[in-house]
Design a protein around this ligand. Structure first.
Ligand code: GDP
Ligand code: MG
Length: 177
C-alpha cells in the first residue's frame, strides 16, 4: 500500500457522500487499509485517508474525505467539497430510501463542487443480494441519465471497491492529461 518515500506526481481529493450507514467509511477502510468492520462507529476526528497508487506510470496520492456523521441534509459544509476533483455517491442496495436520496446529494454536490468533478454512483452491500431493494437496471439508467459512472460494490467482500476508486482516479488523470 505505497512506499511513503516515493515521489508524488499528483494529489487528487475525492469526497465520499451519501446517507448515513450506506457503508462510506467501510468502503474507505477497504480501499485505504484493506480493512473492514461490521460494527463501524461514526468516524471520529479523521477527516481523510490517503493511499498512493500508480496510474499510467505516475504516482497519484488519493486523498479520500469521509463525512464524520454530517450526513443530514445540507449539514456537509462547503469546505468538505472544496478542491475535490472526484466524488463517490454511495447508496445501500438493500435500502431503497438511500437510493431515493441520491438526486438530493447530487444537487448538493453540483451546487458546491467544481463543475468538472468526476462522479461515480456506488450501490454498496452486494453481499446482501437476498435483501436487494434497488435493481441494478434502475441505478444504471439513473447514472446514464445524469452522466455518472456506476458500479455496485461490497466493502465486506472487497468486491469492486478497488475498481471504483481506479475508475474515478483514472478519469481525473485523463481529464488533466
Ligand atoms: P457510513 O455511515 O456510510 O460511513 O457507513 P459505515 O461504513 O459506517 O457502515 C454502516 C454499517 O454497514 C456498518 O455496520 C458496516 O459494517 C456495514 N457495511 C458497510 N459496508 C458493507 C457491505 O459491503 N456489506 C455489508 N453486509 N455491510 C456493510
Ligand atoms: Mg461513516
Amino acid at each position: 500500500y505505497g512506499d511513503p518515500s516515493q515521489k508524488i506526481d499528483y494529489i487528487f481529493k475525492v469526497v465520499l457522500i451519501g446517507d448515513s450507514a450506506v457503508g462510506k467509511s467501510q468502503i474507505l477502510a477497504r480501499f485505504a487499509r484493506n480493512e473492514f468492520s461490521l460494527d463501524s462507529k461514526a468516524t471520529i476526528g479523521v477527516e481523510f485517508q490517503t493511499r498512493t497508487l500508480v496510474i499510467e506510470h505516475k504516482s497519484v496520492k488519493a486523498q479520500i474525505w469521509d463525512t464524520a456523521g454530517q450526513e443530514r441534509y445540507r449539514a456537509v459544509t462547503s469546505a468538505y467539497y472544496r478542491g475535490a476533483v472526484g466524488a463517490m455517491l454511495v447508496y445501500d442496495i438493500t435500502k431503497r430510501q438511500t437510493f431515493d436520496h441520491i438526486p438530493r446529494w447530487l444537487e448538493e454536490l453540483r451546487g458546491h463542487a467544481d463543475k468538472n468533478i468526476v462522479i461515480i454512483l456506488i450501490g454498496n452491500k452486494t453481499d446482501l443480494e437476498n435483501q436487494r431493494a434497488v435493481s441494478t437496471d434502475d441505478a444504471k439508467e439513473f447514472a446514464q441519465k445524469e452522466g455518472l459512472f456506476f458500479l455496485e460494490t461490497s466493502a465486506l467482500e472487497a468486491t469492486n471497491v478497488e475498481t471504483a476508486f481506479l475508475t474515478v482516479l483514472t478519469e481525473i488523470y485523463n481529464i488533466l492529461n
